[in-house]
Design a protein around this ligand. Structure first.
Ligand SMILES: [Ca+2]
Ligand SMILES: [Ca+2]
Ligand SMILES: [Ca+2]
Length: 178
């Protein structure tokens, strides 16, 4: 049997990691009362994973019963069906900043000649943040916190283009092996 495509007739939003108190109301469906009363309501967040997050009452009010994780589910799609008629409602999950950026390595160990010219890129570091890509929640600024031993002849700096995950380390001055 050909799988019928359901019309998306409405959508609501839900913030991830919401701490309640539960249940709380997400909103009202803007759907004919007759449909809400006569159609079976099922789908993600109800009887499909992640189960038990949502409920819809007979007035078309949608409630949240548990928190949801944006990094796992960006959208929950619920269906209202009666015989062969199916309509869908999307619950768009809104990201919050619940992940800190992490470097791809704990220690970067590199060797450079003391004759290395200033301004040369010594290495590139990478960090990633699991929140929604392209938003402020996933952006971070790399900076040098300290240099040890405190260099007398070389001044290290990091360059990172806005919104990028990588930073390059270089120095001004000169390196001295001794
Ligand atoms: Ca999360
Ligand atoms: Ca983040
Ligand atoms: Ca997040």
């Amino acid at each position: 049997m050909r799988k019928k495509r359901a019309w998306i007739v409405d959508f609501l939003t839900m913030e991830e990691e919401h701490t309640g108190p539960f249940p709380y109301k997400l909103g009202d469906l803007n759907i004919e009362k007759k449909v809400i009363e006569e159609y079976a309501i099922h789908g993600q967040g109800i009887d499909k994973d992640p189960k038990g997050i949502l409920s819809v009452d007979r007035n078309g009010s949608v409630y949240a019963h548990r928190k949801v994780d944006y990094e796992e589910y960006q959208k929950l799609r619920i269906y209202l069906s009666k015989k062969r008629t199916v309509v869908a409602v999307d619950i768009d999950i809104l990201d919050v900043n619940d992940h800190a950026p992490v470097f791809n390595r704990d220690v970067y160990e590199i060797a450079v000649d003391e004759s290395t010219q200033q301004g040369k890129v010594l290495f590139t570091m990478l960090a990633t943040d699991d929140d929604q890509p392209g938003t402020a929640n996933a952006q971070f600024t790399l900076r040098i916190v300290s240099v040890s031993p405190s260099a007398s002849s070389a001044d290290f700096f990091i360059q990172q283009r806005k919104g990028e995950q990588t930073g390059t380390i270089s120095f001004k001055g000169s390196l001295d092996y001794e």
